[in-house]
Design a protein around this ligand. Structure first.
Ligand code: SF4
Ligand code: SF4
Length: 294
């Protein structure tokens, strides 16, 4: 059996059209597992429309403190040692402010502090029809363990791909270059970087490519709304040539892309004949060749 390959679609910031491209690739690639690693703002499920949840689990984001008021003597030691101001004057722990350092638990003379794992989110393995699988997650408000949740989601995607004999995992990565992005790209075979032909688009592209280089990850560049500024498009192509980064393709601005999003569909299904759909099919063809090489 061919080896399982993972490609991740990322961008330096949100709103570049990354998820629209991922949704289109989900429609064009047959034998794959889809993953939404943008756990802080998951939205791929609005287009992939899971038919049913097959498996799900709570995700523990670490430990947090809670004070048992029946045992608490009111000595105040916990408030003195808490560097995050998470304990109120009546000894209630604010769960959003508690950083889980454990100091109050260690120093409480009355052993009144419970320090236990808490639920930070949930992940889901779903069926999107035709034996296709989609793994996604949601992080609860105020939680910041998105890097760990991304790792959990990717692990479930691999379990699913291996048990179903799938050869490809396509990951919708979070925007930016932070911890959840690093969790999304680590160990993948290819990063598709989506950008726009603007000065900030070029700046964000450079930052994301630097991240890919750091992890010795091959990067391939897609320019969305390629026709809004020809000179910046040319600059991106020159940058790719100079750095030996694959220029994967360019997608023209198309109002049908927004209409497709509103309709909860991939553009290649919503309007298969439009220029954007043609461009994405060309990207898909090129990607298939690259996947043969890597
Ligand atoms: S250190 Fe323990 S006993 Fe003292 S106020 Fe805090 S929870 Fe209560
Ligand atoms: S675990 Fe740390 S951050 Fe949380 S309440 Fe106790 S001392 Fe404060």
């Amino acid at each position: 059996m061919e080896t399982l390959k993972e490609i991740v679609v990322i961008s330096g910031k949100g709103g570049t059209g990354k998820t629209s491209l991922v949704a289109a690739l989900a429609s064009l690639f047959i034998d794959k597992v889809m993953v939404d690693c943008d756990v802080d703002a998951a939205n791929l499920h609005m287009i992939l429309s899971p038919e049913r949840i097959i498996r799900e689990s709570a995700f523990s984001g670490g430990k947090k403190a809670a004070i048992d008021l029946a045992r608490c003597t009111g000595c105040g030691v916990c408030r003195d040692v808490c560097r995050f101001g998470a304990i109120s004057s009546d000894f209630i722990v604010d769960q959003l402010s508690c950083e889980g350092c454990g100091a109050c638990y260690l120093f409480c003379p009355a052993h009144a502090v419970n320090f236990s794992p808490h639920t930070a989110g949930h992940w889901y393995v779903s069926d999107t029809g035709n034996h296709a699988r989609f793994v996604f997650a949601e992080l609860l408000p105020g939680e910041d363990n998105s890097g760990k949740l991304v790792a959990a989601v990717r692990n479930e995607a691999r379990v699913e791909a291996e048990s179903m004999g799938k050869r490809l995992i396509i990951i919708d990565g979070p925007p930016g270059i932070g911890c959840p992005v690093i969790s999304s790209v680590t160990g993948t075979n290819l990063a598709i970087v989506v950008t726009e032909p603007t000065p900030t688009g070029v700046h964000d592209l450079e930052r994301v490519i630097a991240l890919a280089n750091h992890f010795r990850l091959r990067a391939a560049v897609v320019v969305n709304k390629c026709d809004i500024n020809p000179s910046w498009l040319a600059a991106i192509k020159e940058y790719c040539d100079a750095g030996n980064h694959t220029f994967l393709g360019e997608i023209p601005y198309e109002t049908a892309i927004t209409e497709a999003q509103r309709a909860g569909k991939a553009i290649v299904d919503y309007n298969p004949g439009c220029d954007a759909s043609n461009a994405i099919r060309a990207i898909h063809t090129k990607l298939q060749s690259i996947l043969e090489e890597i």
